[in-house]
Design a protein around this ligand. Structure first.
Ligand code: CO
Length: 134
């Protein structure tokens, strides 16, 4: 059911520093920061030949990643995003199998303007999974 790895997301305490590390130290192609107020994050994308790294930093008061950064002050891996062809079919299949879909289970528009859902880490080897319809 899942297809390509779309991105790995890393929460970082300092976006400028993280961009510098990926651009200058690791020699990667790094995008400009983009604020996504509806998601409570600022993102930078690192474009690799076969996938992307999404650098995330909290934006605003109620950022969903603020607590993650409190618990992981140096930052850390936050989620992996897999592509699916039909997000509603994927959701229904996962639910039928007993997996928990976060929120109200309705897809939201993600960082790339495509529908996304998140799956409970306890049902997936301790890793938060984002599904993105492509
Ligand atoms: Co993501």
């Amino acid at each position: 059911m899942i297809g390509k790895l779309n991105h790995v997301a890393i929460v970082v305490p300092d976006l400028t520093d993280a961009a510098r590390i990926y651009r200058d130290t690791l020699g990667a192609n790094v995008s400009a920061p983009e604020d996504l107020p509806e998601h409570g994050v600022t993102t930078i994308f690192v474009n690799l030949p076969n996938t992307k790294i999404e650098l995330l930093h909290p934006l605003g008061e109620d950022s969903p990643i603020a607590r993650f950064l409190e618990k992981n002050p140096s930052g850390g891996m936050h989620h992996v995003c897999y592509e699916v062809e039909d997000i509603l079919a994927a959701r229904d299949r996962l639910r039928a199998d007993g997996a928990r879909v976060l929120g109200d289970g309705e897809p939201r528009t993600g960082a790339h303007g495509k529908p996304v859902l998140f799956l409970h880490p306890k049902d997936f080897c301790g890793t938060l999974i984002e599904l993105e319809e492509v």
